[in-house]
Design a protein around this ligand. Structure first.
Ligand code: PMP
Length: 388
């Protein structure tokens, strides 16, 4: 396998070698105190990454979709009302999950490239009776970022639980769980958490755990039930062991290493790095002359860029970029699938990766006959990366 390429898709990302090495360490018994120490540290650190002091962390083998599934099935009972703010493919998935668990679902669907209207959300919430409101922090199909802080305020005001899909945002986009009053922030390992795919992660507020305890009906999914995982998470955090279902021991090693790296960088610095590198990349793309999917600059995510192909060029651009050593992703949103491509930039990303990727895109576009000022994208990015 050729390993000399840059993986710039919105997850899995290029992982740090120390994180990958952690996965190859000898597998401990999941019932050993040595493992409890590692898992316990990871749980404590997860809370720090989410900027939550008292939230309950859950780390379970599975992908981001399981985390979405868990949030809904534990907090919404059949017949209860859920308001889903959808900014793309993954917002629609949240609505599907809530419907599957027999919730009464109202969807506010944003046009492609727009964020769902919070005014419209408020109109619905005002009517009362909503158990939960959900949003996707960054929808990976559109690259649109949602104002999660404002959503938290709205949910608190109307007594609904807030559930935010942070799969394409956590540990990169600014997020402060306690301060913003978000009840469930859920994610997966393979994006800015920077651990190979296979972990569903979330931190659940005290208010949401209380709502779970007050349920009248059993949780409709056995594996996903908070009540079965809670004693396990509490035991590991206390340095003890407990069993419900076998944890993915080696992935937990990797999580432990990655969370330590994230906290060594520091959350404020990490947010600022993602913001700066995203700006450099996105303004570089503007300078090349490609139109981006988010309709306004302030809607652009710090974790990925979604750009339309220029006229006369289609998905063959992705192959041409690959030939230049960089892997980017194809479109995902069903309405514009073949009209745009996606570039992930999160986690271990460096300024060098931004410049390499812009350079590869420029050479690929040139090879397909697109006419533009060569070097314009790289130059613009450099201006942002070294302003003085
Ligand atoms: N939500 C968002 C925003 C995502 O980007 C993804 C995955 N790309 C998911 C949910 C689902 O995660 P997974 O593919 O790990 O199930």
């Amino acid at each position: 396998m050729d390993e000399k390429f840059l993986l710039m898709i919105p997850g899995p990302i290029d992982f740090d070698p120390a994180v990958l090495r952690a996965m190859s360490a000898k597998t401990l018994s999941h019932m050993s105190v040595e493992f409890a120490e590692i898992f316990g540290r990871a749980l404590k650190n997860l809370r720090k990454v989410f900027l939550s002091e008292k939230g309950q962390p859950f780390v379970v083998a599975g992908s981001g979709t399981l985390a979405m599934d868990m949030a809904i099935v534990n907090l919404v009972e059949p017949g209860e009302k859920v308001l889903v703010l959808s900014s793309g493919f993954f917002g629609d998935r949240m609505a599907d999950i809530a419907k599957r668990y027999q919730a009464e679902v109202t969807v506010i669907k944003a046009p492609v490239g727009e964020a769902p209207s919070l005014e419209e959300a408020e109109k619905h919430l005002k009517k009362g009776g909503f158990k939960a409101v959900t949003a996707t922090h960054v929808d990976t199909s559109t690259g649109v970022a949602v104002d999660v802080k404002a959503l938290g305020e709205l949910a608190q005001k109307y007594g609904a639980l807030s559930i935010v899909d942070g799969v394409c945002a956590t540990a990169a986009m600014e997020f402060r769980q306690d301060e913003w009053g978000i009840d469930v922030y859920l994610t997966a390992s393979q994006k800015a958490i920077a651990v190979p795919p296979g972990l569903a992660l979330m931190v659940v507020s005290e208010r949401a755990m209380e709502a779970y305890r007050k349920r009248r009906s059993p949780v409709l999914n056995y594996y996903a039930d908070f009540g079965l995982w809670l004693p396990v998470m509490e035991a590991y955090e206390a340095g003890k062991v407990a069993y419900f279902a076998t944890p993915p021991v080696n992935l937990i090693y990797a999580l432990d290493v990655s969370l330590q790296q994230i906290l060594a960088e520091g959350m404020e610095k990490r947010f600022a790095r993602h913001r700066l590198l995203a700006q450099a990349f996105q303004e570089g793309i503007d300078a090349i002359g490609l139109k981006q999917v988010p309709v306004r600059k302030e809607l652009r995510a710090w974790t990925l860029t979604t750009a339309y192909y220029p006229e006369g060029i289609g998905p063959e651009l992705i192959k041409a970029i690959k030939a230049e050593g960089v892997i980017v992703a194809a479109g995902l949103h069903p309405e514009i699938k073949d009209k745009y491509f996606r570039v992930g930039h999160m986690g271990t990303l460096t300024p060098g990766d931004v410049l390499t990727t812009l350079g590869a895109i420029e050479r690929a576009l040139a090879s397909l006959g697109y006419r533009f000022e060569k070097g314009a994208g790289v130059k613009r990015a450099q201006e942002i990366l070294c302003p003085t």
